[in-house]
Design a protein around this ligand. Structure first.
Ligand SMILES: Cc1ncc(COP(=O)(O)O)c(C=O)c1O
Length: 469
C-alpha cells in the first residue's frame, strides 16, 4: 500500500507537526479525553439514515449542532462545510455575485476565489497586496489601496478579502467593511487561517467582530477538526441565505462525511469549553520559545502570534533548505517554506515538548548548517498583470503550449500557483511578464513547488491561442 504506508511512517516516526491540521495528529483529542469517541469513529461513518439528519436540509442533529456553533462563534447563522473553505468561498461569491457582475479581491487571494469567478462568470478587480521585501511575507492590503479600488469600481457587488493572511498578518478590516457597506457592497472574508482568533484578546479581532457579512473559516487549519472540514458564518441582513444554501448544494458533495461533521462538532466543543485556557497556554509557550531562540534566527513579527515565520536569510539558507533540514535531521515538519524562510502553524494541539524540540533544532542548525554566503535577493513580482480576458473567458479559450520564455507578452492560459500558499502568481487571461517567469524559474530551481501547470517541469506554459480566439 502506498498512501497508508507513508502515513503510518509519519505516525510511527512521531514527526513533530508545525503544520495543519490543528489537532496535531489527534494529540489534542487524547489530551482532552475524546479518545473513546475517536476510536469508534470509523464505525460512525454513515450516510443519511433515520436519525442522522441531512446536511443539505438540516432539521435534526445537524441543525442543532450548527446552531450551537453559531452561538459559540457569535454569528447569526453557521453552516458546516465538508469540502473545505474552498467550497465556502465559491458558494459565498456565487451567491452574492450574479453572472457578468464584478467582485473586488486582494491580489494574493486563494485560488478558490479565481475558480469561483470561472464557475460563476464573474469579473475580478484586484487590490494589490503588500509584501515584506526581506521575507516575502504577505502582509495584507493597505486601506488606502482598498478604498481607491472600491471608488473606481462602484458597480462591484462585493469585496472579498483574505484576513488574516496565510502568514498571520492583519489590517483594519472594520474600516474597509464600513466603507464597502456605505457603497452597498457585501463583504466576504476568507478567514481560512483565523478560526482561532476569537480565543484570546492577545490575537487580532475576528472578521465578524469587524462587520463582515460572510466569513469562511478552515476549522481544520487552526482548530482541532479533520482536514477538509470548515464553517461558513453569516451576520446581518445583506445576505440571501436561501441562495447561499442553494449554491452550497451545488458545490458540496451529496454524501457529506459524518466523520468530518463530527470533527467539526468536537472542535466547537473544545473551542467553547477549553479553547481560551489552551490558547493562553499556547501563547505563553510561543513567548518562551521566542525568548530562548539563538539570536541569529530572525523571527518575523506577525500580528497573529500563533503563526511563526522564521527567516533563514541570516544563516545563509533558503527556506526550502531549512524545511528539508528540519524534517530530515530533526523530524520536524513546517507548514511551508518560501525562498527566505519557513512558516510554522502553532495550535492548541502543540505541546511544550514540540517547542523544546524546535528550539534545540534551530539552535543546532545555526551551529551546524550556517553558511557564510549571503542569499541573493529575489523580489516577489507583486505588480498586477494587465488583464485581457475575464477568468471564465480565458478558461474556455483554445490554448497552446509555448516554451516558457516565449510566453512573455502572451495571454496566460493557466492558473500558475506556487504551492503552498496556493496563491496564483498569474491567472488565465492575464499578460505574462518577464518578472513572473524569472521569479518562477529562479524559485523553482531553489525548491519551490509550482502547481496548476500542465507541464510540471516548467519548460512549457499554456497560453491562449489568439489566432483561434
Ligand atoms: C487563504 C486561504 N483561503 C482558502 C483556502 C482553502 O481552504 P481549504 O483548504 O479549507 O479548502 C486556503 C487553503 O490553504 C487558504 O490558504
Amino acid at each position: 500500500m502506498f498512501i497508508i504506508n507513508e502515513l503510518s511512517n509519519i505516525v510511527n516516526n512521531e514527526v513533530i507537526s508545525f503544520h495543519m491540521p490543528g489537532h496535531k495528529k489527534g494529540r489534542i483529542y487524547e489530551k482532552l479525553g475524546y479518545k473513546n469517541v475517536l476510536e469508534n469513529l470509523y464505525k460512525m461513518d454513515t450516510t443519511e439514515i433515520l436519525g442522522t439528519d441531512n446536511l443539505h436540509s438540516p432539521e435534526g442533529i445537524i441543525k442543532s449542532s450548527q446552531k450551537k456553533a453559531s452561538r459559540v462563534f457569535k454569528s447569526d447563522y453557521t453552516y458546516y462545510l465538508v469540502n473545505g473553505s474552498s467550497c465556502g468561498i465559491q458558494s459565498a461569491i456565487m451567491s452574492v455575485c450574479a453572472p457578468k457582475s464584478k467582485i473586488i479581491v486582494n491580489r494574493d487571494c486563494h485560488q478558490s476565489v479565481i475558480n469561483a469567478c470561472i464557475l460563476g462568470d464573474i469579473d475580478i478587480e484586484y487590490i494589490s497586496c503588500e509584501i515584506s521585501e526581506d521575507t516575502n511575507v504577505l502582509k495584507g492590503i493597505s486601506i488606502s489601496n482598498a478604498i481607491d479600488v472600491i471608488d473606481k469600481n462602484l458597480d462591484a457587488k462585493a469585496v472579498l478579502l483574505t484576513y488574516p493572511t496565510y502568514y498571520g498578518m492583519t489590517y483594519d478590516l472594520e474600516c474597509i467593511c464600513n466603507y464597502a457597506h456605505d457603497k452597498k457592497m457585501v463583504v466576504i472574508i476568507d478567514e481560512a487561517h483565523g478560526a482561532h482568533l476569537g480565543l484570546s484578546d492577545r490575537l487580532p479581532k475576528t472578521a465578524l467582530e469587524q462587520g463582515a457579512d460572510i466569513v469562511v473559516q478552515s476549522t481544520h487549519k487552526t482548530l482541532p477538526s479533520f482536514t477538509q472540514s470548515s464553517m461558513i458564518h453569516i451576520k446581518g441582513n445583506r445576505i440571501d441565505i436561501d441562495r447561499l444554501l442553494n449554491v452550497l448544494r451545488i458545490t458540496e458533495s451529496s454524501s457529506p462525511s459524518y466523520i468530518l461533521l463530527s470533527s467539526l462538532e468536537l472542535a466547537v466543543d473544545i473551542y467553547e469549553n477549553k479553547g481560551q485556557e489552551l490558547m493562553k497556554e499556547l501563547l505563553n509557550k510561543i513567548r518562551v520559545f521566542k525568548n530562548n531562540i539563538n539570536e541569529n534566527i530572525e523571527i518575523y513579527d506577525t500580528n497573529d502570534k500563533t503563526k511563526i515565520f522564521i527567516s533563514s536569510k541570516n544563516i545563509g539558507l533558503t527556506g526550502y533548505e531549512l524545511e528539508n533540514i528540519l524534517r530530515n535531521k530533526y523530524n520536524i515538519q513546517v507548514e511551508l517554506s518560501n525562498y527566505y524562510g519557513v512558516l510554522l502553524i502553532c495550535t492548541i494541539g502543540n505541546s511544550t515538548k514540540d517547542f523544546n524540540s524546535l528550539e534545540t533544532a534551530l539552535n543546532n542548525v545555526v551551529k551546524e548548517d550556517f553558511r557564510f554566503t549571503k542569499l541573493e535577493n529575489k523580489e516577489y513580482p507583486a505588480i498586477i498583470p494587465k488583464k485581457i480576458l475575464t477568468p471564465r473567458e480565458a478558461f474556455y479559450k483554445t490554448k497552446k503550449s509555448v516554451k516558457i520564455y516565449d510566453s512573455i507578452g502572451k495571454v496566460c492560459g493557466e492558473c500558475i500557483v506556487p504551492y503552498p500558499p496556493g496563491i496564483s502568481i498569474i491567472s488565465p487571461g492575464e499578460i505574462i511578464s518577464k518578472e513572473i517567469i524569472d521569479y518562477l524559474i529562479f524559485c523553482n530551481s531553489k525548491g519551490m513547488v509550482v502547481s496548476g501547470l500542465k507541464d510540471v517541469d516548467l519548460n512549457f506554459i499554456e497560453v491562449i491561442d489568439l489566432e483561434n480566439i
